[in-house]
Design a protein around this ligand. Structure first.
Ligand code: CA
Length: 242
């Protein structure tokens, strides 16, 4: 799945230049000219990364970054600050509020793309194009192929994204709401039970190669992808019922 990059930048020429270069690289883009518009767009769907200009009309980029970091739903979105300011203290301030990286204008599009790739690789491996392998289960994002040995597993696009996310975030429980945010990018227009439907389909597909027990239901909490618990699912504790 191509990562969606949000560009928050009030200068049309720079917005255009970045958009063009990101599209060339295969990324999707969403543009906002100020923090207010960005907030509305983020409420609809979470981007995979935010490129955030420091000098914006009304609310500054740094204030907006602070708001994103404070909100439970947006605190993990990777942020790269764009700025014309070269002061060391500004750079430190940017990194202190939790920006993942910092780029000084003017920058080369190649450098920008390289920085985005690096941040995504580190922070959001589920949107990277690198092959993920767990034991003999292998997922290749470039050709959308999932296999176990020589067996190819047929998956729909949503099941593929779900498996990609889970294989890159193992041994942790994700609630249905978190999965909607991270896999669908949208938690408003999709019902939580949609997650259950796709988990069921994914398990069914994995069952054909005996891998369905890698995806575990943690009652009252959500789902977990784990090789550790795969053999003893009945030991999973439940504090409350669904
Ligand atoms: Ca600006």
């Amino acid at each position: 799945m191509a990562a969606k990059i949000m560009i928050v930048e009030d200068e049309p020429a720079i917005q255009e230049l970045i958009t063009y270069n990101l599209h060339q690289t295969g990324y999707g883009t969403i543009c906002a000219e100020d923090a207010e518009t960005a907030t509305i767009l983020i409420n609809n769907a979470l981007p995979d990364l935010v490129l955030l200009d420091w000098m914006l009309p009304k609310m500054s980029g740094i204030e907006f970054a602070r708001l994103l970091r404070r909100d439970e739903r947006t605190k993990l979105i990777p942020i790269i600050m764009l700025t014309a300011r070269t002061e060391e203290s500004d750079k430190i301030q940017g990194l202190e509020i939790g920006a993942d990286d910092y780029i000084t204008k003017p920058f080369s599009p190649r450098e920008l793309v390289a920085r985005i790739n690096a941040v995504l690789r580190r922070r959001s491996p589920e949107v990277s194009s690198e092959v993920v392998a767990i034991d003999d289960l292998r997922l290749d994002p470039t050709n959308h192929r999932v296999s176990v040995g020589s067996n190819i597993i047929e998956l729909g696009p949503t099941e593929f994204r779900l498996l990609h996310f889970m294989m890159t975030h193992t041994e942790r429980v994700y609630s249905r709401g978190q999965l909607l945010d991270r896999v669908w990018g949208d938690h408003i227009f999709v019902e939580e039970r949609t997650v259950d439907v796709h988990i069921r389909r994914l398990r069914k597909a994995l069952q054909s190669v005996g891998k369905d027990n890698l995806i575990q239901t943690v009652r009252g909490s959500g789902y977990r992808f784990s090789t550790e618990f795969a053999d003893n699912q009945h030991y999973i504790k439940s504090d409350k019922t669904d």
